[in-house]
Design a protein around this ligand. Structure first.
Ligand code: ZN
Length: 101
């Protein structure tokens, strides 16, 4: 087991999880719901984490994540109110519920 990705926004973590799975890499998400349980802005040790099951996949996982990182960021929008990043499919900020527009 190796930690390959962590982010305070659960959507980013789930995106990475899905994409690694699509590449046939066995992954596990830890602390998926920790940040909502903590309430408000989560400290870094409660960020959800993507772990790979087979250490041999580490190199290819990092390559995939690096190439994705840019894509993930451009596919998201930033809340003008609280500056959180939101998935492009969201019409409201996941954090403060402010309208996207
Ligand atoms: Zn917001």
């Amino acid at each position: 087991m190796k930690l390959v990705y962590t982010h305070e926004n659960r959507l980013m973590v789930l995106n990475v999880r899905n994409i690694l799975s699509d590449h046939g890499i066995e992954v596990v998400v830890n602390k998926e719901y920790a940040s909502s349980a903590a309430g408000g802005l989560a400290p870094i040790d409660t960020w959800p984490e993507v772990w790979i099951v087979n250490d041999d996949d580490f190199g290819s996982s990092m390559n995939i994540i690096e190439s994705l990182d840019v894509e993930l960021k451009t596919a998201m929008w930033q809340c003008r109110e609280c500056l959180e990043m939101n998935d492009e499919t969201f019409d409201y900020c996941w954090n403060c519920k402010r309208d996207k527009y």
